[in-house]
Design a protein around this ligand. Structure first.
Ligand code: SF4
Length: 557
């Protein structure tokens, strides 16, 4: 069926409403204002509102914010606290040991603790003030290419009102072709459009494969008299228990305003044990005596999950194509050793804005015209930060003592270490067969002890993320071969999707008629974290955008 679609033209289109796109759009309008240029700039966001899909630690290094909006305090930037001091602990099963040295890249004193959701909402308001057309609830579903199939011409937004079989229902509204002279992809880690363009235009040719961590995070309302009232530090990071030294990952607890704590646990998706469940590791972390004493008497008020790009400098793809640029997490922007990505994402958007403005002034948007962004990046402090951490994820992937030998060598050689560059392995290739790992993950948390208040199960977590999807739409999780799930994947790995998904989206159930196991998918629980798209050992799952405005509705995480 051919569908008549509305077409709207813009000068510049930003896809994704995170900190990278918002900072980029603001910077572009500022530069245009300085030159009296009248630009039509649009930004689309798949969440129902700007900030509703934004989840991160989050400690904000304000370097990019100060450059972008020096009067951010006067403009009411929502800051949930300031870091007084950093504390770094090594956790054993029962004990905690404060490390005498906090690595220099984790010195956060004076930085801000924020809710990324609130911060993005505020940035969105600043962008609108400057004239950016912001369209929340619109997904970038397809890339529009020029006739040469190399030039990006914009994106098609997702159709609304399709039935489960993909056929239009009575309330069908076709997606719109948003055409632009320049399209900026800022979809965050594992962007689905970026993934398609990367495969088609070979953006990552000659680069190391991108790798990721998946994080579960909560905001907890603490009692009035809480740990942070008397502690010197309010920025706590941990290593060790529950993952131990053979799997990369760790925890964080930050003090927020109004007696709240931001708590989270990140697990490298390069983990090898197919029985590992990142959510279980998060619960074990919360139950550790040291952590439990900090959050005691609290109540979870919001939960979220998201993947983070952690590969570093060697994984950064080509940043420009004809008519398009890539910024933020999609482009691998992350200071991995510093556990911070917001400031580098913002700066990447701001550098892209400078290059776009120069191209608009010339009236030409080829790869050569936009290449200025790549040059600005190579001369920027983002490059310096990321170059120092260029071998960090690789070192973390080592087991036991070797991990610390590599990390130590890199620490004293500004990232060079013992091997430079160190290779990375794609996350979907790292799982070992079941037999290698009997008992490695330790006992799973006893679900009977979940109180639904401070310790909640996955489904309560989905509820606390306020995730919603229409039940009768086409499934946005494409499992390419469901037979493989119950044959090879179950026998080799015991269906790891049933564990690595924080939303309990995947289940193996027994078919009543055939008495055979089969995969059941609950797409309406999906938190849009993208873990399944990354970690499935057979690359059998593709995450696609559901209808616009669906997914989580974060407000404070
Ligand atoms: Fe994350 Fe995939 Fe589960 Fe959705 S289905 S919550 S993207 S792992």
């Amino acid at each position: 069926m051919s569908i008549e679609r509305e077409k709207i033209d813009f000068d510049v289109l930003f896809v994704g409403g995170g900190s990278a796109s918002l900072a980029g759009a603001i910077r572009l309008m500022q530069l245009a204002g300085e030159r009296n240029l009248n630009l039509e700039v649009a930004l689309i966001e798949k969440g129902a509102a700007i900030g509703s899909h934004a989840v991160s630690g989050a400690i904000l290094n304000p370097v990019a914010l100060k450059e972008l909006l020096p009067d951010f305090q006067e403009k009411g930037c929502p800051l949930a606290g300031t870091v007084r001091d950093d504390e770094f602990y090594y956790l054993t099963a029962k004990g905690s040991y404060r490390l005498p040295l906090v690595p220099r890249y984790m010195h956060n004193k004076g930085f801000y603790i924020i809710s990324l959701s609130k911060f993005c909402k505020w940035l969105g308001e600043r962008a609108e003030e400057l004239g950016v057309n912001i369209f929340p609830g619109f997904t970038g579903k397809e890339v529009l290419y020029g006739e040469d199939q190399q030039t990006i011409k914009g994106v098609r937004t997702g159709d609304q009102g399709l039935g489960p079989d993909g056929a239009p229902k009575a309330n069908f509204e076709p997606g719109i072709d948003l055409q632009a002279k320049v399209t900026v992809l800022g979809e965050g880690a594992r962007g689905s459009l970026f993934k398609e363009i990367d495969q088609k235009l070979k953006l990552s040719a000659g680069k190391m494969p991108q790798v990721y961590e998946t994080g579960i995070k909560e905001v907890i309302q603490l009692p009035e008299n809480n740990y942070f009232k008397t502690s010197k530090g309010n920025d706590i990071h941990t290593l060790g228990y529950p993952l131990g030294l053979n799997t990369a990952g760790g925890g964080f607890i930050y003090e927020m305003e109004d007696n709240r704590a931001s708590i989270g646990y990140l697990v490298s998706l390069g983990y090898r044990d197919p029985l590992l469940d990142p959510y279980d590791e998060f619960i074990k972390f919360k139950r550790h005596p040291f952590v439990a004493s900090i959050i005691h008497g609290g109540k979870v008020i919001e939960q979220g999950a998201r993947t983070v790009t952690t590969g570093g400098y060697f994984t950064i793809p080509r940043l420009v194509v004809d008519g398009g640029l890539f910024i933020g997490g999609s482009a691998g922007m992350q200071n991995t050793p510093g556990l911070k990505g917001i400031h580098v994402s913002m700066k990447s958007g701001m550098l892209a804005a400078e290059a776009i403005l120069a191209a608009l002034e010339r009236g030409s948007y080829t790869r050569q015209d936009l290449e200025y962004y790549q040059q600005l990046f190579e001369k920027s402090w983002i490059k310096d930060e990321m170059y120092e951490g260029r071998n960090f994820s690789q070192a973390l992937a080592h087991n036991g003592l070797m991990k610390f030998i590599h990390l130590g060598a890199q620490y004293f050689t500004k990232g060079r270490g013992l091997i430079d560059p160190m290779p990375l392995e794609e996350d979907h290739k790292t799982l070992n067969a079941l037999s290698h790992h009997a008992g490695d993950t330790g006992p799973t948390p006893d679900r009977k002890t979940f109180d639904g208040v401070l310790y909640v199960d996955k489904l309560t977590g989905v509820y606390l993320s306020k995730t919603k999807h229409r039940e009768d739409e086409p499934c946005h999780l494409l499992v390419h071969d469901t037979a493989l799930c119950v044959s090879q994947c179950y026998s080799s790995y015991r269906s790891p999707c049933t564990r690595f998904c924080p939303g309990s989206v995947y289940e193996i159930e027994v078919d009543e008629e055939t008495a055979q196991p089969r995969l059941k998918i609950n797409p309406s629980n999906c938190l849009h974290c993208k873990t399944c798209d990354i970690k499935d050992p057979f690359e059998n799952i593709t995450w696609t955008c559901p209808e616009g405005g669906e997914g989580p509705s974060y407000t404070v995480v």
